[in-house]
Ligand binder design. Sequence first.
Ligand code: G6P
Ligand code: ZN
Length: 547
Amino acid sequence: MQEFEVVEVASKAFSDQKPGTSGLRKKVQVFQQEHYLENFVQSFLNVVLKDEPRLIVIGGDGRFFNLDAIQTIVEIAVANEVPQLLIARDGILSTPAASHWIRKYQADAGIILSASHNPAGENGDFGIKFNGANGAPAPEALTTAVFETSKSISSYKRAKIEALDLTHDQDILLNHTHVVIRDGIEDYVHHMAALFDFDALRDGFESKQISILFDAMNAVTGPYAKRLFLDALGADETSVINAEAKADFGGGHPDPNLVHAAELVAQMNTADAPVLGAASDGDGDRNLILGKQQFVSPSDSLAVLLEHHKLLPQFSEGILGVARSMPTSTAVDRVAESLGIDCYETPTGWKFFGNLLDDKRIQLCGEESFGTGSDHVREKDGLWAVLAWLTIVNSLNKPVAQIMSEHWQRFGRSYYCRYDFEGIASDSADEMITALTKSVTSLADQTFGNYQVKRADIFEYTDPVDASEAKNQGVRVFFTDGSRVVYRLSGTGTVGATLRVYLEQYQDASGDLQGDAQVVTQELAEVALTIAKVNEFSGRTTPDVIT
Ligand code: G6P
Ligand code: ZN
């Protein structure tokens, strides 16, 4: 057994360790500062050690600084005598796979190193997020407690151990801590095999009824996708692209949307495109679904999954309920209504689904921000969504475009677009939201072009399970024709503020259902920018990204 010393290191507290929508995200250089990561990890342990955790899961999306961070975390956890650490081989563990591990091995917590879809590399972003014993992102109470602790921490414990070799599975005993290193992919693949009918999918690939082009965007899902689509399902070798998990994500921006997955989108627009095109993000929890010359908006994707849920083996007996984040379109609400099941509206952030899933109020949920998932884990799950779509396409034996048009003919269509204004000075963005918030009560009945405001409000949420409250979750403006605009500031950026403007324009089944969403929502967008005085406050007239 390795002999080592445990030291108590004096440090100085940082004031900026407040986690955002999904963990603490900062530039790599910020995390590289002396004591920065150490303080944060010790603060987390100070909070959770009170409950005497037995096992903590550790892994990340493979980005630059991932392995260094894992070594640091292990040194601190060993010094704090955490009994067991389950660490992913090569440090590679997607966010949904981490959630699965926590649940499967009944871990008490997980530490996931990722800044999701934010660019990686020496000058990119890094992040750390905590999950609880149910596998879900830590609730607000826990992250707040960690933040409060971090503001006054003055020292941390560190074990002076040798650098861990994470390249192969092994068990190491370090005093009171049992360190277990295992492949972070295999259990996840088994879980998917238990949820889906792999024989039927294999037959579909063999008979060429289905085919796929999956873009792993040089991030964590590459090795997962190869084992799933190529090894387990027998898809053609060329079906997975950008499949190597690179430390700098190949210099790209692994956000699976129409702008950043341009290579995939171009290929799906060619005559010989496969049946399904898909992509995932840096840490594997987001998904983009495309058909041949057909984009499926995340809001519509959720609605279609619910419409055809009986084709998914896990819901063959029916489904208890669904949820969507508030800015997500109301497409899924209409399907839920037709099925007579509950549809919950939550604030942005996957953590708000956790209680609803645990309480069995819902089994399927999703967000406009390219997140879809079910009760099989407590994170959104990019590859699960792709397998669900493959199953539906295989069972219906129809092109994606036809599945979409049949859905709209039945339920009408929520034309949907999101405008992002990035890098706005934080003060200006705050002033804009404050002014907008103040104007909410006077907006009713005002007319802007062809749009008359019906009502406006600030979205608030009371969790139906534990009665916890979330205030100020975005400004909503509803119009008399059924359209809606939502404004909120992003909680995941690392530079300045990002304003998100969400546009939804409903068209019932009697009208044109095949329009271009960006064109259809254009006038509504102009109205939205006028109402919030975006130009006045930010000096901006055009968004950086439209999805
Ligand atoms: C992360 C969370 C999602 C959330 C998204 C919102 O991806 O996991 O649940 O929807 O952030 O990001 P934003 O930048 O809009 O706060
Ligand atoms: Zn992500």
